[in-house]
Design a protein around this ligand. Structure first.
Ligand code: NAD
Length: 289
């Protein structure tokens, strides 16, 4: 089977002009455009790389980015709380994004509740998570939205639908696995969420028409487990010998999957685009008051 790579560039090239047009219209209508604030970690290279990518894309689109660097080893909850509170109160700030993973002295659940839900462009505030439960999210989880964009790209190319398909998500984190599971259920896929305690992971993976993997373990999913013709979305980012690899054994999976995301160049850049899309949604929500 010859697989088709689901490259981020294809999605970004399609979404970027639409989003840029939307932002230009908002600027003309309101006399101002969206402003995104990013809290990142200065001595943590993945955070710096991600921040640079976010700034670059924001500028390209006409979103004004602002950043605050914190020291990974020494930042305190009080410092983060002070920064977020200031951004919450500032009417010129429309979107707030706090980089994850957080250093061990910070509590991810607490930080997610500090951000004004209307400015939460990562879609992690409990109010936004609760709305997702009822399929009514105004601001969705950016990584989960990116995964769905990639699945939809595969469906567009193949002419298929998600309804009734066997979907398997490996990973049940609050920022990726769980929201992806919810969005797949909303689309009437028969959805299984696997995690660290799942027995017989291989058997679950083997029956997946759509497989989403978000674990953070290089090549945990063997290519031989992939159902022939499956859509495979690899969210994992791992550095092995200085090279970035995903959670799926890429070369072996290529021989079986119908559609497969590369790492890098798959989910990551689409997630950045979804942060920008969420920033535009947040801006619109705030203009309504
Ligand atoms: P996490 O550490 O919060 O969660 C990991 C999940 O994997 C947990 O649900 C755990 O139960 C599960 N797990 C661990 N070992 C397992 C095993 N042996 N079998 C099955 N499940 C297992 O991680 P996260 O924040 O969800 O991120 C996961 C990966 O996705 C990481 O590599 C992260 O860097 C990457 N990520 C990428 C993007 C992107 O935009 N590309 C965004 C967020 C996260």
């Amino acid at each position: 089977m010859t697989e088709q790579l689901l490259r981020a560039a294809d999605i970004v090239d399609r979404l970027e002009p639409q989003l840029k047009r939307d932002i230009d219209q908002l600027r003309a209508q309101h006399g101002k455009g969206p402003h995104l604030r990013i809290l990142y970690f200065t001595d943590h290279s993945p955070s710096i790389l991600f921040k640079n990518a976010q700034e670059k894309v924001a500028r390209r689109l006409g979103i004004t980015p602002g950043t605050q660097g914190c020291d990974w080893g020494h930042v305190t909850r009080e410092e983060v709380k002070r920064v977020i509170t200031q951004w919450n109160r500032d009417p010129a700030v429309h979107g707030i994004f706090v980089h994850q993973p957080l250093p061990p002295q910070l509590d991810a659940q607490e930080i997610s509740t500090l951000i004004d839900p209307q400015k939460d462009v990562e879609g992690i505030h409990p109010q936004n998570s609760a709305r997702r439960f009822f399929a009514k999210a105004r601001i969705g989880s950016c990584t989960a939205l990116a995964v769905m964009e990639l699945i939809d790209e595969a469906l567009r190319r193949s002419g298929g639908t998600l309804e009734g398909k066997e979907a398997v998500v490996v990973g049940h984190s609050e920022i990726v696995g769980r929201p992806v599971g919810m969005l797949l259920l909303d689309r009437l896929a028969t959805t299984t969420v696997c995690h660290v305690a799942t027995k017989a992971l291989q058997q679950h993976v083997e029956r997946a028409d759509v497989l989403v993997v978000a674990v953070g373990q290089p090549e945990l999913i063997k290519g031989a487990w992939i159902k022939p013709g499956a859509v495979v979305i690899d969210v994992g980012i791992n550095v092995v010998g200085g090279k970035v690899v995903g959670d799926v054994e890429f070369e072996a999976a290529r021989a079986r999957a119908a559609f497969l995301t590369p790492v890098p160049g798959g989910v990551g850049p689409v997630t950045v685009m979804m942060v920008m899309k969420n920033t535009v949604e947040a801006f619109k929500l705030q203009q309504k008051g």
